[in-house]
Design a protein around this ligand. Sequence first.
Ligand code: DX5
Ligand code: ZN
Length: 221
Amino acid sequence: MAVQINPSILSADFARLADEARAVEGADWLHVDVMDNHFVPNLTLGVPVVESLHKATETPLDCHLMIADPDRWAPAYVEAGAGSVTFHVEAAAAPVRLAREIRAKGARASMALRPATPVEPYEDLLPELDMLLIMTVEPGFGGQAFLDIMLPKIRRARKLIDKHGLDLWLQVDGGVSASTIERCAEAGADVFVAGSAVYGAEDPAEAVRRLRKQAASACAH
Ligand code: DX5
Ligand code: ZN
């Protein structure tokens, strides 16, 4: 299982996004949190910013859509250059159709679960996805405390993925840091989003390398 570290630009300086993207070269993906002030209380950025960011960095973009009506808006993020597009199942009217559309347009399709959303009802949908995101905080803001109570869900998701022999990445997002990443890796996650733990560090690139090392050695156990 290859570990991937995706810094979240939510914790970066929004006036210097191109520089902030370059500050974490060596990261696997750049995690871009799109919030619409409807699905979550916060408001961030949209398609034009993703388009510009895509031109400004070689790092592929992992767009996490925390928006209402992703069925309508998600395809535009693929067109804007996102390599992976995550929609929330709680917001999607037709998640299977949407995942297929994202894939058909050429991006990886990913589905996110809020903390109170169980994974089991979606077992049959997993083959339609390239990644499953288990939120380890309530979506909306960076810098929140990691929810330990999500660890059993990560374990159950990993079991379902293995049971079906799927090539599906398991991402965790929220409160992932040097003090929580090992628990996530041991539970079966392989893609780690980190906002404040990367951009709040003195040297963001070094923070990425450290998190990767920690996760890789925890995975090996
Ligand atoms: C929260 C976002 C996260 C956020 C994580 O709703 O989805 O991606 O940036 O930030 P940290 O790592 O600081 O919890
Ligand atoms: Zn996110």
